[in-house]
Ligand binder design. Structure first.
Ligand code: NAD
Length: 555
């Protein structure tokens, strides 16, 4: 269980009372950030507001939150009602613990605090009850991002604490991976047999109702080949998802698209938008994407453009989409000559990654996902690299426990980068392109007949050879080859790597989105688990790739 349980919510929701009971039951220490602020400033909160202003109070609050998460031990922390509206505070608490939001009818909350309202500076004035209502409304979009919500209106603090304890049991079944983008933050929920577990489903239902309170309809975008796969002995994947969404009281509509990369075409986006017009899909409704990277990329793009942006949830069903494409909001379609040339960055509201889906993937699709996992290992995480080598057998057998760890670790690596550089402005996100400059060119020169992640893994071998040539030592290249042979020696590469069309290969490379003038921004893997962006002249890169390509053709 996480070391920190944070409790947020408006005044009167019972954060302190519930926090104290919860800490006793868990054997955790209880902290109240307002109390710490009083101690360090030597003043009452209302006096800080009066004498030093709200900004100074928020500054102290942020400092206290940063300090609290450095503490050793286990804590239940009650936060001030406005703490979560500061994105930095929100990121800190989401990265370090579970965040619980207590809610309640404003009239009831006001009744609870009537006697002490003079102590509450934000409720000063003629109509404090109205002010409380306004504050709740203003903070709603921030409170929505929390992990768990409880309406405390008709409940005692003991009952609320009990509900939180039940929720905390869930955290042993599912991992929460955070994408932190201020009010657009969302979670990736990773678990095994999620859609078979009533407790997890109850949690997800409550969460979706909270995110889309006025939704009446959802359109499910998928392939038949995914929906018809058996999820359990009795039900197909499509049936299980329909059951789940229908229980939310939603009218569901199915949009089954043809399988394959060619579906990432603006034609299918137009087809879907026309269908949505017939269905009268409104801004308050949402889309459900059920599938791999093709459905995710296309569906996210469709969602971004419909009514200039409608919410969507992503239920990725391939390993590749769970570890990579479902996270970070890169959505789009291909053009005739190159992949992903049209698109926008548009984030989902939640990603639900069920490891159960990975069990039914064809071998090559599974290994395609491992290609992206190995990208993270080589360019971002030595820990993941070691974990993969140590647990190779069970990962290749797709044992849920180890796969869940692979998906959670990989998702965390990507989520962290997206949280820091969503729009590729600092260069950090470009590191996620390791293996892709050459990988995309291979895909394109083979007419997209190779699964994406397999092209990436060939790209990684070639690019680590280039990295080693640039750095003047073979360490990275050796490490890439070692992990490649451990995981991919069973693949019949002959059908993919032969006859890479050089002309198509180089013309596709020139279309790479990382080119600036005559230079390419290239992620050089400088050590296992670490990559840096180098500017390389395209002519030089082309020569280096020619030499690396020969190597791939010998595999
Ligand atoms: N947006 C991003 O950040 C990003 C990152 C990486 C890749 N991508 C894109 O992702 C796409 C590749 O994604 P993909 O590899 O998931 O391909 P995909 O979506 O085509 O799925 C691969 C195959 O697996 C089948 N399948 C899916 N789930 C299944 C299941 N549970 N059981 C059995 N079969 C199942 C599908 O029917 C399909 O034939 C490419 O278009 C690539 O450009 C995007």
């Amino acid at each position: 269980m996480r070391r920190f349980i944070f409790i947020t919510g408006p005044s009167g929701s019972g954060k302190t009372a519930v926090g104290k009971i919860l800490s006793q039951k868990l054997g955790y220490e209880f902290l109240d950030t307002d109390e710490i602020i009083k101690q360090i400033s030597g003043k009452e909160i209302k006096d800080i507001f009066l004498q030093d202003g709200e900004d100074y109070f928020r500054f102290l609050e942020a400092k206290v939150i940063r300090d609290v998460v450095q503490k050793e031990g286990n804590f239940v922390v009650s936060l001030g009602g406005g703490a979560v509206i500061n994105p930095q505070n929100l990121h800190t608490i989401r990265n370090n613990g579970i965040v619980i939001n207590l809610l309640g009818k404003p009239e009831k909350l006001f009744e609870r605090i009537k006697g002490s309202r003079e102590e509450r500076p934000l409720l000063k004035g003629d109509s404090p009850e109205e002010r409380l209502k306004q504050l709740i409304l203003q903070r709603e979009k921030w409170y929505k991002i929390n992990d768990f919500y409880i309406d405390t209106t008709e409940k005692t603090p003991d009952e609320v604490a009990e509900e939180i304890l039940n929720f905390l049991k869930l955290t042993s079944l599912i991992d929460f991976v955070r994408v932190n983008l201020a009010e657009r933050s969302y979670d990736i929920v990773v678990g095994y047999k999620i859609f078979d577990n009533s407790e997890v489903l109850d949690y997800l239902s409550a969460k979706l109702k909270r995110i889309f309170p006025q939704a009446r309809k959802t359109a499910i975008l998928s392939f038949h080949s995914i929906k018809d796969v058996m999820y359990s002995d009795e039900k197909t994947t499509g049936e299980v998802i329909l059951d789940f969404l229908s229980k939310l009281g939603l009218e569901t509509f199915e949009l089954n698209l043809p399988e394959g990369e060619n579906t990432k075409d603006v034609f299918y986006a137009i087809y879907s938008w026309n269908y949505f017009s017939d269905l009268d899909i409104k801004k308050s409704d949402f889309l459900t994407l059920l599938g791999g990277g093709v459905i995710g990329d296309l569906g996210g793009f469709i969602a971004a453009c419909w009514l200039r942006g409608i919410g969507y949830i992503n239920i990725p069903t391939t390993l590749l989409s769970q570890v990579d494409s479902a996270i970070g909001g890169k959505t789009g379609v291909n053009t005739l000559k190159a992949k992903n040339m049209i698109g926008v960055i548009y984030q989902p509201s939640i990603v639900i990654s069920d490891i159960k889906f990975v069990e039914t993937l064809p071998d090559l699709e599974f290994l395609s996902g491992m290609g992206e996992v190995i990208k993270y290992a080589l360019s971002l995480s030595c820990e993941l690299y070691e974990f993969l080598l140590k647990n190779k057998e069970s990962i290749l057998k797709r044992e849920p426990e180890h796969l869940k760890k692979v998906v959670s670790l990989s998702s965390s690596l990507k989520a962290k980068i997206v949280s820091e550089d969503e729009k590729e402005e600092t260069g950090l996100r470009m590191i996620l392109n390791a293996g892709h400059t050459i990988g995309h060119a291979i895909e394109s020169s083979l007419g997209f007949s190779i699964p994406h992640g397999l092209a990436v893994v060939l790209g990684l071998i070639a690019e680590s050879k280039i990295s080693s040539a640039i750095l003047g030592n073979s360490k990275v290249y050796d490490a890439a080859k070692q992990i490649f042979y451990e995981f991919f020696s069973g693949v019949d590469w002959s059908k993919f790597k032969k006859n890479i069309d050089r002309q198509k290969f180089f013309s596709s490379m020139k279309l790479d989105k990382k080119t600036r003038g005559n230079k390419l921004k290239f992620p050089v893997i400088v050590d296992v688990g670490r990559a840096e962006i180098y500017d390389i002249e395209i002519d030089r890169f082309q020569k280096l790739s020619e030499y690396a390509l020969e190597d791939i053709e010998k595999i």
